[in-house]
Design a protein around this ligand. Structure first.
Ligand code: SF4
Ligand code: SF4
Length: 654
């Protein structure tokens, strides 16, 4: 009787404690800004199956994916077992399995296998943490405590079932090969010893289960509860990861906890601290203070430590709890290149870019507190329509002696060649623009340009937090483009591509935009471009973040390279979607880089590791950054070229 009363008291206290914590966690989410990730339920559910149940992203690392898969599915089955043990303990005459009839035996069979598989998963996880220990993995008490909880749950289950088989010979005994095998260890034990082991295992199982239930909301393994929701409510349009700032509002961007949306707060809860996000994060790799995992975890810890009034901003917040400048230092806010490696790598679809750009919006729009170097770019965009602040009248200099028409002179189904500021003003990129014109002419593409009517897309302004300037540029460009009724926009700049195609949706445009390499791949496939000359070179290719991770195109450039006779592609280890940023994105091209190793040097060294003497790119900013690194590292023997320059060479007669 004492045992039963104790179990009732422990269970009620444990469940009450859990509910109190859960209420606090859910209550905090309700204080966040609204978000509406409720569209396309079928697509969302499909993602839950693929990414949460089948754990597709985790299998990018097959070892970790395998053991995590075992542990996850073990949990799905064994959560029922935990409650079964508790209910049968609280109501000693109940037998939940008997309700299931023959299916109860099948359930026992599956559970029996999963106990062993989860134990195998725990073993593999321990081996990895203790002996293999990849750089991204940080051993913490939390991680070992969780594995201990899981191990104890499985072992106590095994002891309980195998002794039950010997004590009461249940119907399901013939369905559980592993418990049967394990029971042979106790075949010589007396009845009283078996009962003692059985009762002890039962208690250990229940106490571990209830303890684990209360440990989870304080640990990184809280994701066991939140990950399904986080995957369901994920951002479906991954390229669209900047929040439009309401310019009518009195407060801009993110400076307080309740400036985050509830979904962004759910991101904080969901982080498993696996470290995948920082593996290819350029700021983490070059010793800058911004490490995406730490950013999210610091904000999560802050959120846990805040009262409801503090989250709502109804009371004065201590200096120690200020987000801007304290929890997230200014150097972290301005370091991000918005490359999206972290978001691509995260198995649970946690977003970073919208949060970091949200901090920038606050600093730029509300405090006018941004790196002074950005001022030149802002002024240039405002006055001359380009961040170089070069005369608008010079925008067409690149086209001297070239036969290229203004879009208004082009009849019929027409394409707009979007030159971009780099394509118009940067020396190295002017060559690329000319190359693109030659390629389009060779394939008889009916295209025109906007000339001096084209202005900067505003990519840099938006990513440096200046939504005022961005909105002015966006509205002006949208109005100009709409006049000419173009069927498609072609550009050699992945940043222009993303801004025109994705960001401009916030301002009512829905342009069909394509990167030059994607378009050229199509022209080759249609037989409209034929290479006449081989290029006998071994090259490597640097995938630009805004083409690979934002646009999702890693194939077109490779298709083109493989189509050019004699050209040999030598891949970098960190290529395609795993490409490491050159350091220019997110407006960083215009800012000084004072902390840690220069990102373009870091990336250039990875190019050197391939042994290739030529690095191909398909973005004007990557082009300049890697070309600068080449000079600064005294590697003049290495060429940095845009892939379009090679295409033009291969199109020329021998
Ligand atoms: S977007 Fe890129 S630079 Fe910014 S935190 Fe993520 S990985 Fe790091
Ligand atoms: S944010 Fe995602 S990738 Fe980064 S540590 Fe957390 S779960 Fe892992």
């Amino acid at each position: 009787m004492t045992e039963l009363i104790s179990l009732w008291v422990i269970t009620i206290v444990a469940i009450a404690l859990f509910c109190t914590t859960a209420e606090k966690r859910i209550g905090a989410l309700l204080l966040g800004q609204s978000a509406s990730p409720y569209d396309k339920p079928c697509k969302r559910l499909k993602g839950v199956i693929e990414y949460a149940f089948l754990q597709k992203r985790l299998f990018r690392d097959s070892y970790a994916g395998f053991y995590h898969f075992l542990i996850f599915w073990g949990f799905v089955f064994l959560a029922f077992r935990g409650w079964q043990n508790i209910i049968e303990g609280l109501f000693p005459k109940s037998n939940l399995l008997s309700f299931l009839g023959i299916y109860g035996n099948y359930y026992q069979a599956i559970r029996d296998v999963f106990v062993i598989l989860v134990l195998l998963g725990v073993f593999l996880a321990l081996i990895r943490r203790i002996f293999i220990k990849p750089e991204r993995v940080e051993n913490s008490i939390d991680a070992f405590a969780t594995l201990t909880f899981i191990g104890l749950l499985m072992l106590s289950d095994l002891f309980y079932d195998s002794t039950t088989i010997l004590i009461s010979k249940p119907d399901w005994a013939s369905f559980t090969p592993f418990s049967n095998l394990f029971s042979s260890l106790f075949s010589n034990y007396s009845d009283s010893s078996l009962v003692t082991i059985n009762t002890t295992a039962h208690w250990i199982n229940i106490l571990t289960f209830l303890g684990f239930l209360n440990f989870l909301p304080y640990s990184k393994h809280f994701h066991i509860f939140t990950s399904l929701f986080n995957v369901y409510f994920r951002n479906l349009d991954e390229a669209k990861n900047i929040r439009k700032v309401d310019l009518e509002s009195e407060h801009f961007g993110i400076s307080k906890m309740n400036d985050f949306t509830w979904k962004e707060m759910l991101d904080f809860y969901t982080c498993t601290e696996c470290g995948r996000c920082k593996e290819g994060c350029p700021t983490s790799l070059t010793d800058k203070p911004l490490k995406p995992k730490d950013y999210g975890n610091d904000l999560r810890d802050l959120l846990y430590s805040m009262s409801q009034e503090e989250i709502e901003g109804k009371v004065e917040i201590d200096e120690e709890k200020q987000i801007i400048g304290k929890i997230v230092p200014h150097d972290s806010i301005w370091a991000c290149t918005t490359c999206r490696y972290c978001e691509w790598a995260c198995p649970l679809f946690i977003n970073f870019v919208p949060k970091i750009v949200g901090h920038r919006s606050y600093l730029t729009l509300e405090e006018s507190n941004f790196p002074q170097e950005a001022q030149t770019a802002f002024k240039g965009m405002e006055r001359q329509g380009n961040p170089w602040n070069l005369p608008r009248a010079d925008r067409m200099n690149w086209a001297e002696r070239l036969d290229v028409r203004h879009i208004s002179e082009v009849e019929g189904k027409k394409y707009l060649l979007w030159v971009g500021c780099a394509g118009a003003y940067e020396e190295s990129q002017k060559r690329v623009t000319r190359a693109l014109v030659k390629i389009l002419n060779e394939a008889n593409v009916n295209f025109g340009i906007l000339g001096e009517e084209e202005s900067c897309t505003g990519d840099v302004a938006r990513r440096l937090g200046n939504e005022y300037l961005f909105s002015a540029l966006a509205e002006q460009n949208i109005e100009t483009i709409k006049q000419y009724n173009v069927s498609k926009i072609i550009t050699a700049c992945p940043h222009c591509l993303n801004t025109l195609k994705v960001d401009y949706k916030d301002y009512g445009a829905n342009f069909d935009v394509v990167h030059a390499v994607t378009f050229i791949k199509q022209l080759i496939k249609e037989g409209r471009l034929k290479f006449k000359k081989g290029i006998d070179k071994s090259v490597t290719f640097h995938d630009p973040c805004y083409l690979s991770r934002y646009e999702g195109d890693v194939d077109s450039a490779r298709f083109i390279m493989n189509s050019i006779p004699s050209l040999k592609l030598n891949e970098m280890k960190w290529s395609k979607e795993k490409s490491i940023c050159c350091g220019a994105g997110g407006g960083r091209f215009w800012l000084e880089e004072k902390i840690g190793e220069r990102i373009n040097h870091f990336r250039f060294k990875q190019i050197l590791e391939t042994g290739s003497k030529c690095a191909l790119v398909s973005c004007p900013f990557c082009h300049t950054m890697l070309d600068n690194a080449r000079g600064e590292l005294n590697k003049e023997e290495i060429e940095v070229k845009d892939i379009l320059e090679i295409v033009v060479q291969a199109l020329e007669e021998e």
